[in-house]
Design a protein. Structure first.
Length: 278
């Protein structure tokens, strides 16, 4: 990344649980979930342009310029605010697409937060989150930057304090198509709603996990191989798997026992987004 100044992190998130409790009249699923950030993720560099042009000079592979969430986020904020300024953006991509770590949504949120500051717009977090919701249901959580209990389609957020444990995150080289999971006939869509207290007492699971294991045997095989290391869970509707540990040493020790060839990282779960430490 060549832009030495104006760098901002776009952290990963984990869904520590994910339920579907029903469906709205417009077809969107009603969710209950818990978001926690990781001190690991993508990084974006920004250069303000007087010309008004919006450019991502290092777009994600296979994504057209006009479909790039980073470009969409910058254009949306530019249009909403009426600013004549633009930006050249560079993306250092570390989070896999389709992994369930929220990389695209996090990149979009970081773009909104960073350009709000660099363009001197003074939008509130809520204003940015409202814009972000137009880009994707997960964007507001990254804008707010607080670990949260999420409901609705994921946009109704309640701040929650969680243990800041360490996670071993395994990234199978498998891209999962979210829309296919949501249309799977065996997906559980009628979970009984639980409370935050229920979750903190140990309730909650990811209803997509059994669907992913059935539809993607390679993921199921990796889960079987990881199960000796701890309680394996799936984040979001992606392919990334995680195991929680009480400290970094235990997480790193477990990583040494992974089957050869698996892509992974070890990161700490944090209740405040690294984006707001910049």
């Amino acid at each position: 990344m060549n832009l030495a100044v104006n760098r901002f992190p776009a952290p990963a998130k984990l869904n520590l649980m994910l339920h579907i409790t029903g469906r709205r009249d417009d077809g969107y699923h009603l969710l209950q979930t818990v978001f926690q950030f990781l001190d690991y993720g993508d990084e974006l560099g920004f250069e303000v342009l007087e010309s008004g042009e919006i450019e991502n000079s290092t777009p994600p592979a296979g994504v057209a310029h006009d479909d790039d969430l980073i470009v969409k986020a910058a254009r949306l904020l530019q249009s909403d605010s009426g600013t004549r300024l633009g930006a050249r953006i560079e993306l250092d991509k570390r989070l896999p697409m389709g992994g369930g770590l929220g990389g695209g949504s996090s990149d979009a949120a970081t773009t909104l937060v960073a350009l709000n500051r660099l363009w001197g717009l003074e939008y509130s977090k809520q204003q940015l989150a409202d814009l972000g919701l137009q880009l994707g249901a997960d964007v507001p959580i990254f804008v707010h930057g607080e670990a949260a209990w999420g409901e609705g389609v994921g946009e109704k957020l309640t701040r929650i304090e969680l243990p800041e444990r360490w996670f071993l995150v395994v990234r199978p080289d498998i891209h999962i198509e979210t829309h296919k999971l949501f249309h799977d006939s065996e997906l559980t869509r009628n979970c009984h709603p639980i409370t935050i207290a229920d979750f903190l007492a140990g309730s909650g699971e990811n209803v997509f996990f059994p669907v992913v294991k059935r539809r993607y045997p390679a993921v199921a095989e990796i889960v079987d191989r990881l199960s000796a290391l701890g309680d394996v869970k799936l984040t979001g509707t992606g392919s990334c798997l995680f195991i929680a540990f009480e400290d970094e040493k235990r997480a790193q020790d477990a990583a040494t026992k992974l089957p050869q060839g698996l892509d992974y990282f070890v990161a700490r779960g944090v209740n405040r987004s690294p984006l707001y430490a910049v």
